[in-house]
Ligand binder design. Structure first.
Ligand SMILES: *Cc1c(COP(=O)(O)O)cnc(C)c1O
Length: 424
């Protein structure tokens, strides 16, 4: 059968109720599951049978929603996590251990940068950061004998750089490791990184997928395409027996589901970062309209970016959909339907002007959030990056006057009128 369109998947993938069953995904609000015999349950503990026994590992509601997201990304298997942070940590830690090394784009979400450069470093996992615009030679030079993954963001939050997914995937594969891509900003509605060679895709579902600012969550999707056995010595966790499950070798027993099965059976079991079934239900409501909402976010952001670019009080605008933007061509290649709803711009006059401007906005609320139905904005210099001096901010590519605006689903004319009165 021809692969269904993304809209059909947003609405229906993952769950096909049987005769007389609930039309909407049931919320299985239960920590535990009952069995008739210990033998039945024992098979689950040995990974010999599919099924549920404790929600810290797996829950039916979560699995239905994860299956939908996996279908949307064109992957083989998926899982939900309690947050986007947990998704990125699990995706990396599933194949890294003390003594491993990661190559990552330097243009990534601040939380992920801290995760890799501070917290994972404490676990003995080192990292080398490369510019998302580095040459292939610079990228190759970053790999080491102990490199186990290459990591980047399709569209980086908040820098709005666009990753050259094909180039990064080729480099990862040439060095025998998978490319892991955080696809939070475009969502699979606007970009499907697996089609361009990415092996594993992660999400902060807190953003557009939920889309209404209701539930923090994350997801991991595995393409099933990376051949772990071909690089046996690099990934012993997948290619040699797991003694905590009676000697199962994930890559042999679970094929395309090996990566997700291991992350569930080991990491979820031991670290317990499950999404609550109630949150998974909210997430699914968001997914049902994602393909309708994304084009509107893009339309609003495009109009706001064009308005700002033409305004004399605005020094600079970054938006991949803007002709002349550094990432315009690359965005056109990887996301021809549009990128996302987030625009960043710099006002003449630094942080005081930015603060005064934001105070005057009526529709755009000041929030540490993006990708919501309601428009919101943030001045990194006075919030997320307030410990940095003007010079440090400039060097980090986040000048003091920079404002990040996440365009919601309101009428674009009203958003522009709000910006206009605040600028004047
Ligand atoms: C927000 C965000 C995260 C972290 O996700 P949480 O759900 O807040 O834990 C990771 N990556 C990107 C690109 C994000 O925007």
């Amino acid at each position: 059968m021809k692969e269904q369109g993304i809209g059909t998947k947003c609405v229906q993938a993952g769950y096909t109720p049987g005769n007389g069953e609930p039309r909407q995904i049931p919320i299985v609000q239960s920590t535990t599951f009952k069995y008739d015999t210990s033998e039945d349950m024992g098979k689950l503990f040995d990974l010999e049978a599919d099924g549920y026994f404790y929600t810290r590992l797996q829950n039916p509601t979560n699995d239905l929603v994860a299956a939908k997201i996996a279908a949307m990304e064109g992957g083989a298997a998926g899982m939900l996590t309690s947050s986007g942070q947990a998704a990125n940590f699990f995706a990396l830690f599933n194949i890294c251990e003390a003594g491993s090394h990661i190559v990552a784009s330097s243009s990534i979400y601040g939380g992920t940068f801290n995760l890799i450069s501070v917290t994972m470093a404490k676990m003995g996992i080192e990292a080398t950061f490369v510019s998302p615009d580095c040459t292939r030679e610079e990228l190759d030079a970053a790999f080491k004998e102990n490199t186990r993954a290459l990591f980047g963001e399709t569209i980086a939050n908040p820098a709005l750089t666009v990753l050259d997914i094909e180039k990064f995937a080729d480099a990862a594969h040439a060095h025998g490791v998978p490319l892991i891509v955080d696809n939070t900003f475009p969502t699979p509605v606007n970009c499907r990184p697996i089609e361009w060679g990415a092996d594993i895709v992660t999400h902060s579902t807190t953003k557009y997928m939920d889309g209404h600012g209701t539930a923090v969550g994350g997801a991991i999707v595995d393409s099933g395409n990376f051949d772990w056995m071909a690089h046996k010595e690099k990934f012993p966790g997948l290619t040699t027996p797991d003694e905590s499950y009676h000697g199962i070798t994930y890559a042999e027993k679970f094929g395309k589901a090996a990566f997700i099965t291991k992350a569930t059976a080991q990491l979820m079991r031991d670290l317990g970062s499950i999404q609550s079934p109630q949150h998974a239900f909210y997430l699914n409501l968001g997914l049902e309209s994602l393909h309708v909402r994304m084009p509107r976010h893009v339309e609003n952001a495009q109009a706001v970016a064009e308005f700002l670019a033409a305004h004399p009080k605005v020094k600079k605008v970054s938006y991949p959909g803007l002709k002349g933007d550094k990432y315009y061509e690359r965005a056109l290649k990887y996301m021809p339907k549009g990128s996302c709803g987030v625009v960043s711009f710099e006002l003449e006059g630094g942080r005081e002007t930015a603060g005064a401007f934001m105070k005057r906005l009526k529709l755009a609320a000041i929030e540490t959030h993006v990708a919501d139905a309601r428009t919101c904005c943030l001045n990194p210099a006075t919030s997320t990056h307030r410990q940095m001096s003007d010079e440090q901010l400039e060097a980090a590519g986040v000048p003091a006057g920079l404002i990040r605006i996440s365009c919601g689903l309101e009428d674009k004319e009203d958003l522009i009128a709000d910006l206009k009165q605040a600028l004047e």
